[in-house]
Design a protein around this ligand. Sequence first.
Ligand code: COS
Length: 378
Amino acid sequence: MQLSFSPAEEKIREVAREFALKEVAPLAEEIDKQGRYPMETVQKMVKVGFTGIGVPEEYGGSGGDEVTKAIVVEELAKKCGSTAAILSIQGILAQAILNFGTEEQKQFYLPQLTSGGKIGAFALTEPNAGSDAGAVRTRAVKDGDDYVITGTKCFITSGGQADYVLVFALTEPAKGLRGMSAILVAKGTPGFSVGKVEDKMGIRASETVELIFDNCRVPQSNLLGKEGKGFSIAMILLDGARIGVAAQALGLAQGALDESVKYMKERSQFGGPIARLQGLQWYIAEMATKTEAARWLMYRAASLKAQGLPHSKEAAMAKLNASENARFVTNLALQIHGGYGFMTDYPLERMLRDAKITEIYEGTSEIHKVVISRAVLG
Ligand code: COS
């Protein structure tokens, strides 16, 4: 048994850490305050190869696997939850096409989504289909060689920026979730528009929008995978995406812990650095231990996925644990910083706000308990 990273993985961590320090950290506060999608950083991530992780080079990718991707997301999240979330979600569409696409689809979409700078989004959630993802109402009706899509999706990450969106719609409504299909829709297709742009508590720079499909006509060749298999495709993709959220949560926790250690050594009260106060030392001990536990649960799930082994339960466990830990650690880190932590001059309040969503998106903690308990109880 080995619980360590390979030299190649250590190298990518170094690259990601430097990128986070130079390119991500300086913008984190501004893009949070303005709620601005950092397209310039995204395009830099394209250049450095982060958007191509997990996709073979023959399709424009940069290779690597789920562990590689988790390392990069963790490092970015230490400095900016929004940027980490953007990279994480960008990878889902590429994974969808890599795993379920035809050769033609792979050759057309993957180079664009990896090294080509195009943005992807995943549109499953609807106003009445959140945790109950099978309750999707959006329809895709066959008409000649086309599908005509009608419905509204909400809370779609990067949806307004996306050049391509994977839309989950009912092709056979009578079959419920077993009549759901996954269909690719390109930006600019008539009938496809962006609705409400959400004003959020956290990850404010990762744009979250409503997408409207009003008699949106796309060729049937845009179907991804088999007709009627959309729900299973969504669930498989979410299993992977949950590892990405766990990596974001881990990065946020580690980032907040790092800030706390630094602050406790610098901040002087009662005649010396507050690092010598046992009450705060115990906070640090607890934060560090729980974060280390979250780290290995997450990397184990990532490693299982990278090996092509079942990982649904492990991804749910990793995400449940890492997200609760992120809230716990960022909250204590803010507490350690006292009044300064509450001020926007310090990153702590942003980290706490960014951490909260990790307990909600890509499946709430309660949904993960459903997934885990079903797997454990059989
Ligand atoms: N991998 C592959 N297939 C899966 C799967 C998985 N992880 N989970 C479920 N499926 C398949 C099942 O095997 C079943 O297939 P069959 O039709 O062949 O029997 C089908 O999907 C329906 O599964 P199930 O009966 O478990 O569906 P439920 O309605 O009970 O829903 C939960 C299961 C609650 C787990 C699901 O709705 C869910 O994950 N909800 C949260 C959605 C979410 O994360 N939203 C966030 C979106 S992004 S912000």
